[in-house]
Design a protein around this ligand. Sequence first.
Ligand code: SF4
Ligand code: SF4
Length: 381
Amino acid sequence: MAFISSGYNPQKPMEGRITDIGPQKYDSMFPPVIAKNFGKWLYHEILEPGMLMHVAESGDKVYTVRCAGTRTMSITAIREVCDIADKYTGGYVRWTTRNNIEFITDSLETAKALRDDLNSRKFEAGSNKFPVGGTGAGISNPVHTQGWLHCHTPATDSTGPVKVVMDTLFEEFKNMRLPAPVRISLACCINMCGAVHCSDIGLVGIHRKPPMIDHKWADKLCEIPLAVAACPMAAVRPTKVDFEGKKVNSIAIKEDRCMYCGNCYTMCPALPIADKEGDGIAIMVGGKVSNRMTFPKFSKVVVAYIPNEPSRWPTLTATVKKIVDTYAANARKYERLGDWAERVGWQDFFKLTGLTFTHHLIDDFRDPAYYTWRQSTQFKF
Ligand code: SF4
Ligand code: SF4
């Protein structure tokens, strides 16, 4: 397409420059009934999966219809969301902290019509565009990351695994029949962008081989001390190597100290680490962020490695489903997955889910690892 200027002048880049204006004020896009009752809500009810009612002191009622968003969306899809909002809710719409979409109306009839309309919309291939659900004790949207779509450090994809996991657990998105909500999150590397470290089920991309070292470029592309300091295991050190008849400053990695975190690659482009057969996904469970009943918890690794199996990741989806089903069958009402696992004991978590306990799951990272071992005779055979 031919170049079309926005009015920006590259000869005078600072001229007419607007900066530090921040986002639009949060209340500038409030639906009128929200603006009117702001801070004056009395109670709420979940009328059915995906539909909430909030009642204000004034007696005003608002109905919220929540539907899934794919998070990665085309402008075409967002325009369709806007069309729906124009048709039913006066042009107002909001996104949730789990990237679902909520439409708010003050009429129950409108909410029901909206629900049916959202549920009827499909992509050409058959997937629901905006399935209604995600409330109460079910499985809402997985918080996820960039994957092979955009990031350079992933060990797995993001949108792909999330799609197949939610295909497998779609009934739990549309229902509220679990003991408590189950939060699923995915990060494509152990940077853990997002919420994997504090989710009921966390899926995280991992490597199993040390980085390759591009001696030709290491000293040219990298600030070598940063790569040294990036390593949690002190496996990286500076060195001189013979490269094409010349002595060059480069990097050496002690492979028996490396646990393939990929941090040094984040710092230094000359240390690529991704590997088709080596890379895969670890599953963590039992995290939560709320203070309800028990303190917030980190999630814990229960499956050290599942291979990447694009495009449907069958081993991953089957394992996640097994964990969810076992939790649903065994936990008490209000027990989050971590509350349940800690009550019955992790040995019973493994027994009930049938997951294999491997030595990889035993913490061996620095002094705090000791506190994860069992300093008690209390356990179940
Ligand atoms: S989790 Fe890692 S690979 Fe995924 S977006 Fe974040 S930094 Fe990139
Ligand atoms: S991948 Fe991680 S553990 Fe291995 S050398 Fe790089 S920073 Fe160290």
